[in-house]
Design a protein around this ligand. Structure first.
Ligand code: PDD
Length: 279
């Protein structure tokens, strides 16, 4: 787990560093991806690379690599770290300019960073009892469709959740559910699976996309629509999804039980379908 990739080279993670003038450090002028690796294979890599391309275009930074180059360097990094079940992190920053300046540099030399972390299965309690969530006002900017490293608001929201004994903060704008601080949200409302429709304030999660595809293929009715906090509070089930968490059952929202207060059947079915697709 200790081999990193930096600008064309593999090296020990502890030795990988970027200059203090790197714009990722100074301005969070950078985008990233977190890709789950199952048995040495990056899962849904094409989808992650497509989203990376969209994020780079969104911040007006040329993609430093073709998809073939990305695949080659990322797969080599997974191999160098021994394969297995990992999470693969990659980040592209706008690089270091000669001086700190808000204006975009004309011909930036991006820094490309990647490393692997182990992916431990969550505590059994997550699946036996589900997790707690809190709802809160979404204080982030409105370009959340780009996977920017500007995550301070997300981090503070996660900390608010942790201080409240919860696993995730659910972000609201005008009483409508957007997403979690680091996940997308699904709910079963009147027997129908529903998830907030995509808009700039939401990351188009790769796991969200997978779930929609699996639901469709298995005749599980699923709507991309508006979901209000009031609807969420009356939902039979709530789930949160991400590349790291896959699909967690949410059994508490703002200190109240969700549905039966236990992980529920449609969640279990969707979890099985996700596992079958990663195998
Ligand atoms: N985050 N929304 C936000 C704000 C996220 O940060 C994430 C994931 C998701 C889910 O997206 P995906 O299914 O593509 O992982 C939704 C990653 C895991 C992270 O920042 O670590």
């Amino acid at each position: 787990m200790d081999i990193a990739y930096l600008n064309g080279q593999q090296l020990p993670l502890a030795q990988a560093s970027v200059p203090v003038l790197d714009r990722g450090l100074l301005f969070a002028d950078a985008v990233y991806e977190v890709i789950p690796v199952y048995a040495g294979k990056a899962f849904l890599l094409d989808e992650h690379l497509q989203r990376l391309a969209n994020s780079l275009a969104g911040i007006r930074l040329a993609n430093p690599h073709t998809d073939d180059q990305w695949q080659g360097l990322l797969n080599a990094l997974i191999d160098a770290n021994g394969g297995g079940d990992l999470s693969l992190y990659l980040q592209v920053t706008r690089g270091a300019a000669p001086r700190r300046d808000h204006r975009l540099p004309e011909n930036p030399t991006p820094n490309v960073i990647a490393f692997c972390q182990s992916r431990k299965p969550p505590d059994a309690a997550v699946f036996d009892q589900g997790v707690a969530t809190i709802s809160m006002q979404d204080t982030r900017w409105t370009h959340c469709q780009f996977k920017s490293t500007s995550l301070l608001a997300n981090i503070l929201a996660s900390d608010d959740a942790a201080r409240a004994g919860a696993t995730e903060a659910i972000m609201l704008r005008d009483g409508q559910v957007m997403e979690g601080a680091s996940s997308n949200i699904f709910a079963v409302i009147d027997g129908v699976v529903q998830t907030p429709r995509l808009r700039p304030e939401i990351l188009p999660g790769i796991t969200r996309g997978l779930l929609l595809k699996l639901a469709k293929a298995n005749a599980v009715e699923c709507l991309e629509t508006d979901v209000s906090l009031a609807q969420l509070k009356s939902a039979e089930e709530i789930w949160l999804t991400s590349s790291i968490r896959e699909i967690f059952p949410v059994t508490r929202l703002d200190e109240q039980p969700v549905g039966t207060g236990k992980p529920s059947p449609i969640w279990a079915q969707m979890r099985r379908l996700i596992h079958a697709s990663t195998a």
